[in-house]
Design a protein around this ligand. Structure first.
Ligand code: SAH
Length: 381
């Protein structure tokens, strides 16, 4: 996302957005404009510790360099189009990315931590059947600036100014999109989340969640130290392919093998398997038994049960309270570490799988879905 600046000679020069660079990229950029790389680190601290987007306020940067920066680059976070607070303290921002497209970012405060849920794409191409982002279709990948910019905007809003006493203690790549389908931009953004001169978060506090892109799981373990969550939702291939179409390409056995390689390379980390419970679909004792069998292959890993969050037009329903409890008990009794995710931000549609944003769909999926809904309502009459 370049801005165009007009110089005195009237030649048009594309300005670069500094939020697009990780630390090395920023050092390279400063070298390119004839400055010492340590200057890049000085500016980086201003951007991510002080949440400063105006070079003029960077008091330890000399006047000449400030002028040079103003000519060649800018600090461009996404624009806040809407922000909403839920009664439980959850906060949601709608952030404009370009004309016609916006994504949602959610902050979830808890007594001992604050988690920011960040989006990686405008819409999503994977078409998971129970996800409202999937139903919206896909437009494009977000840039590094648009991803790290979500953390920047939320941190600034929440008053995350000092490094101590931070409000955002955890970031999860669980917003709109499949992060591993936007590998390079996501890895760069996560390296800024991890970097001491960035947001300085430990590896266990930055989590990438994937629907199961097997080759990219291996690539990720080489690229950066972060935590991994895998969206499983079913422990047999027939049902999983129905819920998560990507399973056709990377079936459960391949996915589990990739997870075993991940754990072998990172022995001190564990993987969280997300399992959204849908009434009568994947919430019966037989499903729990299949999941237990699968989890024996990954004894250090955890299961996170998510009661399904409904959205307009979905054919699924949330499992009943008894079924949810029974499912969890079966897992716990089998020795599988299992957590039940509490639903937060219900009153502002900020729960998992409800993030919608504004997507100019290029896959025509949303149009097809609308057509199908229209046809169904005609038949119903
Ligand atoms: N594409 C990534 C990250 C985005 S979804 C992934 O698939 O992991 C973040 C989590 O929310 C995933 O586990 C997803 O399966 C879950 N989810 C999606 N829709 C949901 C819904 N309607 N109710 C509950 N969880 C949902």
């Amino acid at each position: 996302m370049n801005q165009v600046a007009t110089t005195s000679s009237d030649a048009k020069i594309a300005k670069v957005n500094l939020l697009d660079f990780d630390r090395q990229g920023l050092r390279d950029f400063f070298t390119q404009i004839g400055e010492k790389p340590y200057r890049a680190e000085q500016v980086m601290k201003w951007i991510y510790h002080d949440l400063e987007d105006n070079f003029e306020n960077m008091t330890d940067v000399g006047k000449a360099l400030r002028a040079k920066l103003n000519d060649s680059c800018y600090i461009g976070p996404p624009k806040t189009m809407l922000d909403k607070a839920a009664t439980d303290g959850t906060h949601k921002w709608l952030l404009g990315m370009d004309k016609g497209n916006a994504v949602e970012t959610v902050y979830i405060p808890e007594p001992t931590r604050g988690t920011l849920c960040v989006s990686s794409q405008i819409g999503c191409a994977l078409n998971c059947q129970f996800c409202s982002t999937g139903a919206q279709g896909f437009n494009r990948n977000l840039s590094t600036a648009e991803i790290i910019g979500q953390v920047w905007v939320a941190a600034k809003y929440l008053g995350n100014i000092t490094h101590q006493n931070r409000r955002i203690t955890n970031v999860v790549m669980m917003g709109m999109g499949e992060p591993l389908a936007n590998f390079d931009a996501v890895v760069k953004a996560m390296s800024l989340m991890r970097d001491d001169l960035g947001f300085g978060l430990a590896a266990k506090r930055v989590t990438l969640s994937t629907a199961g892109m097997v080759p990219q799981i291996d690539q990720l373990s080489d690229a950066i130290d972060v935590s991994l969550a895998v969206s499983l939702h079913a422990a047999n291939d027939e049902l999983r392919t129905e819920l998560v179409p990507l399973n056709k390409r990377y079936p459960i056995a391949d996915l589990i093998a990739a997870c075993q390689r991940w754990v072998a390379r990172k022995p001190r980390t564990s993987i969280t398997f997300e399992y959204t419970l849908m009434k009568g679909v994947n919430d019966q004792p037989e499903h729990a038994r299949q999941l237990i069998k699968l989890m024996r292959k990954l004894p250090t890993c955890k299961v996170n049960l998510i009661p399904f969050n409904p959205f307009p037009g979905t054919r699924f329903e949330r499992s009943g309270a008894t079924d949810i409890r029974d499912f969890q008990t079966l897992l716990l009794n089998a020795g599988v570490l299992t957590m039940l995710r509490r639903t937060r931000g219900d009153d502002i549609d900020a729960a998992c799988g409800q993030l919608a944003g504004q997507v100019t769909d290029r896959t025509r999926r949303s149009a097809d879905i609308r057509k199908k809904q229209d046809e169904e309502s005609v038949h119903a009459h």
